[in-house]
Design a protein. Structure first.
Length: 103
């Protein structure tokens, strides 16, 4: 299987300042962008269960990308850029986004 046909996954953890504001200004706009790129949110929760380490955020999600190339292209796309900046600079106190290769 070539790298281009292997899926990639994004693991997201963040702390929304105001969940209703986050959903209104970010999520409702980003979900259609994800769909257009063939990206699935396969898990998402405001109440994740932490088994090791610490997590003090109020949102965790796992995204499935068709490939790592798609993950990188989407993350750096002009279409997503204004929402990424809004999420990072206004709507959250902190967060992390990690991409990993699938099998």
């Amino acid at each position: 299987m070539s790298d281009e046909s292997k899926p990639a996954y994004g693991m997201v953890q963040l702390n929304m300042k105001d969940p209703a504001d986050f959903m209104e200004r970010y999520a409702q706009h980003v979900f259609p962008i994800l769909d257009a790129w063939g990206i699935e949110m396969i898990a998402g929760s405001m109440t994740p269960t932490t088994k090791e380490g610490s997590f003090s955020g109020n949102w965790a999600a796992v995204l499935r990308f068709p490939s790592m190339e798609v993950a990188e292209a989407w993350y750096n796309s002009a279409e997503y850029e204004p929402f990424k900046n809004l999420r990072i600079n206004e709507l959250t106190d902190f967060g992390s986004c990690v991409f990993v290769d699938g099998r």
